[in-house]
Design a protein. Structure first.
Length: 108
């Protein structure tokens, strides 16, 4: 038994008017992906807000970005000025504290 979605269309409906062409579908998803990237939301949150399934968005992210180039904004470097170092302090390491998190890098 085969099933054709067009079996349920009214007789005066043209199949081409009902379904998107591949080019139209791609254009629609390009716009959706651009909106998603600009939103800064997670995949789950954005899809819930737009009534889409997360796997659909992930599929089109991969399809429209086949070389694996990042879709997110690239990292940017920030200048850091150190004013509170006394001349006698050991400068062979670096300690970064953000809240309760601590990262310590020790030189040899």
């Amino acid at each position: 038994m085969s099933f054709d979605l067009c079996d349920n269309l009214p007789n005066d409906t043209n199949r081409e008017d009902f379904f998107l062409t591949k080019a139209e579908l791609r254009k629609e998803w390009e716009a959706r992906v651009a909106t998603f990237v600009a939103s800064g939301q997670s995949t789950t949150a954005w899809c819930a807000a737009h009534n889409l399934k997360p796997h659909q968005l992930r599929y089109w992210l991969r399809k429209l970005n086949p070389k694996g180039t990042p879709t997110a904004t690239p990292s940017q470097w920030v200048s850091l000025e150190l004013n509170d170092i006394s001349p006698n302090e050991d400068r062979n390491g670096l300690v970064v504290r953000v809240g309760q998190a601590v990262i310590e890098v020790v030189g040899s």
